[in-house]
Write a protein that binds this ligand. Structure first.
Ligand code: G6Q
Length: 534
C-alpha cells in the first residue's frame, strides 16, 4: 500500500502561492533589484557553487511560502528516504519497476556511516576493481597483443549510458591525462560509428560497451560494428572490449570482455553518471584521483540537499524557484544557458535527466495529475545563444525562465586582452548583462525597442570548473529534478513513455526484413508512403 503524499496543489502553501502569484504584478524587478539589499540577500552558496536569485520574480513572502510547500510535501524527508534505500521508483497499486533509487550511494564514500551501506559497499567494490584496472593500464600490465599501452577509449552507449558521461567528459577535457583520448558512439546511424572508427588507431584502443540492460538495440549494433572493425584489423576483440552492465545481463559475459564492471538495478540510466557507467571512462581519461574528487563534489551536494532550510539548500531552492515559475507563473519551458564552452553538452544531459524523469502525467498512485509536471528543458552555451534565440527571450510572447551558469575563472587560464578586456571578462560581462537585461528591460518611444523586463533568471556561479565542482553541479541538478518530482508526486525514476516507440520500431524492422509479411498492416502502409517500399 503506497503512502499518501501531498502534491503541491493539495497543500495549503500551494493554494497560498496561487494567491501570491496573482498579487505579484506589484513586483517590478527594476525597482526591487536595488531595494532592501535584495542582490546581497538573495544568494545561496554551497559546495563551490553560488546561486544569485535576486532576478527571480519572488518576494520574501513567496520564498517563505515555498519553504512551507517543501515542508508540507515532505520534500527533504523524501530525499532522505531515497538516499537510505526507500522504494521510490514505484506506482502503488499498479505494476511498476518497484525499486530503490540509489545513485547517491555511488558517491557516498566519504563517510564512515553511509546512508545505505549495502549499496555503498557495492560501489566501493566496483571502484576498487576500477582502481586495479586503471593501474594495469598505466603500468602497461594490461596492454595490447604487441605489448603497447592503451591510449584511446571508445565509449559505446546511448541515453543515460551516454549523455551524462559525455557531457562530463567534455566539461573536464583540460584535466585529462597526457596522451589519453576518448571518443563516443551512440547513434544507430552508421555514420556515427564510421566517423569515430576513421579517427582512431584500434590497436591501442579500449572499447567500453556501456549498457545497463545489455539489450539496447543501438548499443549492441554499434558493438558489433566495432568488434568487426577490430577483427578486420586482426585484433582480438576480447583483448580490447570491456563492459559496464547490470549483473547477469546478456552482455555480462567474462569470456567476451577483457574486464566487466557492474551497475545495479537501483541506479536509473539518466542518474548513472557517477556509477561505473560514467566513472570507467572518466577514470581512464582523468585518472583515479580526479575521479574521486568528482565523486566527492557530488557527495557534498547530496548532503546539502538534506538541509530542510530552503534558502540554504541549493538544489531545493533551484527546484522550488522552478516550480514557482512553472506552476504558479505559468512558464512552460526552462532554458539552461551555460556561459562556459566546457558545459556545451550539459543542457543535453539535463534535457534527458529532467524530461525523462518528470515528463509524466500520472501520480504515484496511478491517478492522472491535474497540474503541470515537468517543463520543457532546452539550452545552448552563451554567448553563442545570444546571436541565435535570445530575441525571443527578451521580446517574445513566451516568458522563458533562464538558469544561467557561469565560471569566474576560465579552465585553461589562457587568455588575451583585446580592446581593453580579456575574453573571460567579455564572457562574464555578457552573462551579467543578459540576466540584468531580462530583469530590468528598457523603455523607449519606439515600441520595437521596448524590452518588457521582469523576466526571471538565476545565475549559478562556479569559481572554476574542476572535477569536484563538476560533481557538485551534476548532483545539484539531479537533486533539483528529484525534488520537483516529489512536489508533483510523480515517479521520476521510470520511463514508460519511451517504450511504445521502441515496440513500433521493431514492428517496422520486421516489415522491412520480411519477417512480417502482412500486406495490410499500418506499418506496411506507412513504409510504402514514406520510403516507397513495396
Ligand atoms: C535512462 C533511460 C535510458 C537508458 C538507455 C540505455 O534513464 O533508461 O536513456 O539509459 O536506453 O539503456 P542501457 O544502458 O540499458 O543500454
Amino acid at each position: 500500500m503506497g503512502k499518501k503524499r501531498k502534491n503541491l496543489i493539495e497543500s495549503i502553501a500551494g493554494k497560498q502561492l496561487h494567491v501570491l502569484a496573482q498579487q505579484l504584478y506589484d513586483l517590478t524587478l527594476p525597482e526591487a533589484l536595488t531595494a532592501n539589499n535584495r542582490l546581497e540577500r538573495y544568494i545561496c552558496q554551497s559546495d563551490g557553487l553560488k546561486l544569485l536569485y535576486a532576478t527571480q520574480r519572488v518576494t520574501d513572502e513567496v520564498l517563505d511560502t515555498l519553504q512551507e510547500l517543501s515542508a508540507e510535501c515532505q520534500l527533504v524527508s523524501q530525499f532522505q528516504e531515497m538516499r537510505r534505500g526507500g522504494i521510490m521508483n514505484c506506482i502503488s497499486g499498479f505494476e511498476s519497476e518497484n525499486r530503490q533509487v540509489l545513485h547517491t550511494a555511488c558517491r557516498d564514500l566519504f563517510s564512515d556511516t553511509p546512508a545505505e551501506p549495502e549499496a555503498t559497499a557495492q560501489a566501493r567494490r566496483e571502484l576498487a576493481k576500477l582502481a586495479l584496472f586503471l593501474e594495469g593500464i598505466d603500468t602497461g600490465q594490461i596492454c595490447n597483443a604487441e605489448g603497447k599501452k592503451f591510449s584511446t577509449m571508445i565509449h559505446v552507449g546511448i541515453g543515460g549510458s551516454d549523455l551524462g558521461p559525455r557531457s562530463i567528459y567534455e566539461a573536464l577535457i583540460p584535466y585529462g591525462q597526457k596522451g589519453r583520448q576518448v571518443f563516443f558512439i551512440s547513434n544507430v546511424d552508421p555514420d556515427d560509428a564510421s566517423a569515430v572508427l576513421a579517427q582512431v588507431d584500434l590497436s591501442t584502443t579500449l572499447v567500453n560497451i556501456v549498457s545497463k540492460s545489455g539489450t539496447t538495440l543501438e548499443t549492441l549494433t554499434n558493438e558489433t560494428i566495432v568488434r568487426k572493425a577490430l577483427q578486420d584489423a586482426n585484433l582480438d576483440p576480447r583483448r580490447h572490449c570491456i563492459a559496464v552492465t547490470g549483473e547477469g545481463s546478456p552482455i555480462d559475459n567474462p569470456e567476451e570482455y577483457l574486464c566487466s564492471f557492474y551497475m545495479y538495478d537501483y541506479i536509473g540510466g539518466r542518474y548513472s553518471a557517477t556509477s561505473m557507467v560514467g566513472v570507467v571512462m572518466l577514470g581512464f581519461f582523468l585518472g583515479y584521483k580526479k575521479v574521486v574528487e568528482f565523486l566527492q563534489g557530488a557527495a557534498e551536494m547530496d548532503l546539502t540537499a538534506e538541509n530542510p532550510i530552503l534558502r540554504e539548500n541549493l538544489p531545493l531552492l533551484l527546484a522550488m524557484l522552478g516550480i514557482w515559475n512553472h506552476n504558479f507563473l505559468g512558464s512552460p519551458t526552462v532554458a539552461v544557458l551555460p556561459y562556459s564552452q566546457a558545459l556545451h553538452r550539459f543542457p543535453a544531459h539535463l534535457q534527458q535527466c529532467d524530461m525523462e524523469s518528470n515528463g509524466k502525467s500520472v501520480d504515484r498512485t496511478g491517478q492522472p495529475v491535474t497540474y503541470k509536471t515537468g517543463p520543457i528543458i532546452w539550452g545552448e552555451p552563451g554567448t553563442n545563444g545570444q546571436h541565435a534565440f535570445y530575441q525571443l527571450l527578451h521580446q517574445g510572447m513566451e516568458i522563458v525562465p533562464v538558469e544561467f551558469i557561469g565560471c569566474i575563472t576560465s579552465q585553461r587560464g589562457e587568455d588575451v586582452e583585446v580592446a581593453g578586456s580579456t575574453s573571460q571578462q567579455k564572457l562574464l560581462a555578457n552573462l551579467l548583462a543578459q540576466s540584468l537585461a531580462l530583469a530590468v528591460g528598457q523603455t523607449s518611444d519606439n515600441p520595437n525597442k521596448c524590452f518588457p523586463g521582469n523576466r526571471p533568471s538565476t545565475l549559478l556561479l562556479i569559481d572554476r570548473l574542476t572535477p569536484q565542482t563538476m560533481g557538485a553541479l551534476l548532483a545539484l541538478y539531479e537533486a533539483k529534478i528529484v525534488f520537483q518530482g516529489f512536489a508533483w508526486n510523480i515517479n521520476s525514476f521510470d520511463q514508460e513513455g519511451v517504450q511504445l516507440g521502441k515496440v513500433l520500431a521493431t514492428r517496422f524492422l520486421d516489415c522491412l526484413s520480411g519477417r512480417d509479411k502482412r500486406e495490410d498492416s499500418i506499418q506496411r502502409k506507412f513504409l510504402q508512403v514514406a520510403l516507397k517500399t513495396p
